[in-house]
Ligand binder design. Sequence first.
Ligand code: PLP
Length: 387
Amino acid sequence: MNRIYLDNSATTPLCKAARAAMTNAMEHYGNPSSLHESGADAAARLKNDRAAVCAALGMRDATAGQLIFTGCGTEANTLAVCGVAAAKPKKGERTVLSTDSEHPSVENNLRRLEKEGYRVVRLSTRGGELYLSAAEPYLDSSLFMVTAMLANNETGARYRVEELFRMAHEKNPRCLCHCDATQAFLKVPFSFDTLGADLLTVSAHKIGGPKGVGALALSRAVLSGKSLSPVLFGGGQEGGLRSGTENTVGIAGFAAAATAGAATFRADVEHMRALSKKLIAGLAGTEIRVNRPPVCAPHIVSLTMPDIKSETVLHYLSRAGIAVSSGSACSSHERHPSASLLAFGLSPRAADTTIRVSFSPQNTEEEVEKLLAALRSGLTDLIRIRH
Ligand code: PLP
């Protein structure tokens, strides 16, 4: 059976450029910290790869140390949230502003900070919109960090984080703003230089790179103010902010995927948007409801089925050779309804009957047609057995 992969927000297939770069990098086994020739070779390659990811992120004059490679997006988010808090905010700085639909790798770290006595305020993202006016009362000298995602991993909602960051910096220039751009990178137009974030997370396996590599981009304000503490301690790699020998093979794949994706960005976005539109148009007149935020990343479509559990639909589609997900990959083994979908405004029952379709630039219109056909026959077959 020809399998159709429509779960690209969970992870993407490795792109050709990444595969080639990684195969090549395997021959260059030096440790970038070693002082001999193999080490110097690895260090030079690492420098080029860092520059490539910086360029794809729109960091025009990035200086050394402005981008730290990590083991994944989760680690970059942890370093940002816990590292800023650990860099000892001034006395009285106790407030963190965030949203109610962050990825667990941000949300669970925020809960940790709450246990330590910090106040975390979560702005509503109902309907896929960030409620900025609710931030006003908290924009004072007690605010030391804002962390907000650019695109939501379950609904695709594109939040107006640049406005939130601007408001926070205006009221309190000492406040540091972190953006989890894991789902937005190479899907939504933005550049690190104009977004207004001080720290920004990306992950290789969401853009055609390998699993197990992420990065945290840093503004000069963070570096010069020494406002980030490491969460991993050891040999002092990555400017002392992320100890551990760099995953040079994975990083080579990340850099190649980022460069390839940046080169075809516009066409890719247009293509993924056309696939999403085709899917949504094809569902008109059915009982399937589309959960569409006002501004949406091009690759994610969230669908609520008419009282059929998402797990049932997922298995039905899987048997037809089509991979989608129920909520996000990380929450799909959990029994409680997705926090992001509840924050969007879905009832727990509706959240439990919601699937996520996510495209990559490699998906085709024909695949969307096959999905539509499978969903239509699924509606007939599954509605009969839903009660
Ligand atoms: N942030 C968002 C929005 C994500 O969607 C994900 C992964 O699904 C992550 C962070 C974590 O990335 P990683 O899988 O590289 O740890």
